[in-house]
Write a protein that binds this ligand. Structure first.
Ligand code: LMR
Length: 328
């Protein structure tokens, strides 16, 4: 009952967020690519809009555009620099044209769990990364969590050799391309909105993503099974344009930053509940999950970890050391 009420409240707030803007209010468009109510990012964006639209009513109005309805992630950052959209939260894999520091989050087996990711992002090293794109016009506001990634394919993947020769959709990241090449697979960078169709028609054979994305996009319908590898992390950076942010009345910017921070702390703390719910929903919908033995998982580590060496220069050895110290 409570879960249903929460879901209903979120759906209501998501649509209310689109309907509420009054004349004279500054409209802030927030574009993202996931669903609005069953996904860590969607829920956080809806909550941010709901709070701003209540607490800053008359001054600011946030409109959330979920499900790639306004922009795909490969267009949204350019649109932001043009002033056509004010906020977005692309995954950390999608900033490569602006900075290489976030490559650290794509390195396979860099973080053992989301607690380690959280601690790293909140360390001085992690916080400094938010400012890495300011000279390119993008300001990082907060990290948002999603979760660990799992592989799926048209056949069961139990050992790394099972991925050999298969085509995998990856996010547009050189690290993820190298990761699939290390497995002898063929990486195909592709927009999120196209993945289901590509799996269905056989343009690609497999993919990697979180439980919430595999559930939200129904990949289990068009894949043999998902293998619980927890081999990487999918997280987000809420970004805005530096020019736009600096043009705001300082009191407005401060209130937006405060609400954004509080929403981030609240939703990041709840993220594993959302991910585990999505995992269960996949099983309930008839999806199949393969669990690995420790020996099988070790074989994936051995196959993929050599990729780190290719990206040390762009990321910085000191950043990798800082992450590993936290991960210990
Ligand atoms: C993807 O492209 O797979 C993800 O970055 C989508 C998302 O925003 O979770």
């Amino acid at each position: 009952f409570t879960a249903a009420m929460t879901a209903l409240a979120l759906v209501t707030s998501a649509s209310a967020a689109m309907a509420q803007c009054d004349e004279g209010e500054m409209v802030v468009k927030f574009a993202h690519v996931t669903n609005a109510d069953k996904h860590p990012k969607g829920i956080a964006a809806s909550l941010f809009a709901e709070r701003v639209n209540t607490e800053m009513n008359g001054k600011v109005c946030v409109e959330v555009y979920p499900n790639s309805t306004l922009y795909d992630d490969d267009q949204v950052l350019e649109a932001m620099l043009q002033g056509d959209v004010q906020m977005a939260a692309p995954s950390l894999s999608k900033f490569e044209a602006f900075t290489k520091v976030f490559n650290i989050f794509d390195l396979p087996f860099m973080f053992k769990n989301m607690a380690a990711v959280d601690a790293f992002q909140n360390s001085d090293t992690g916080q400094a990364m938010k400012g890495s794109m300011e000279r390119r016009g993008l300001k990082g506001l907060e990290f948002w969590h999603s979760g660990m990634k799992q592989f799926s394919a048209k056949k069961p993947l139990l050992m790394p050799e099972d991925a050999k020769g298969l085509k995998f959709r990856v996010q547009p990241s050189d690290v993820l391309v190298a990761q699939m090449q290390a497995l002898g697979a063929s990486p195909q960078p592709m927009a999120f909105s196209e993945v289901y169709g590509a799996l269905q028609t056989g343009v690609v054979d497999g993919q990697e993503n979180t439980w919430s994305n595999s559930y939200g996009q129904k990949y289990y319908e068009v894949q043999d099974s998902i293998t619980e590898t927890n081999h990487g992390v999918l997280d987000y950076l809420v970004v805005t344009s530096t020019d736009w942010w600096e043009s705001l009345d300082p009191a407005v910017a401060e209130q937006l930053a405060t609400i954004m921070h509080e929403v981030s702390v609240e939703r990041n703390a709840a993220v594993s509940d959302v991910e585990m719910q999505a995992r269960q929903s996949i099983l309930d919908a008839g999806g199949k999950i393969n669990e690995l033995t420790p020996e099988q998982r070790e074989a994936w580590v051995t196959a993929m970890k050599p990729v780190w060496a290719q990206f040390v220069d762009g990321i910085g050895q000191e950043n990798i050391d800082a992450a590993q110290a936290i991960n210990a």
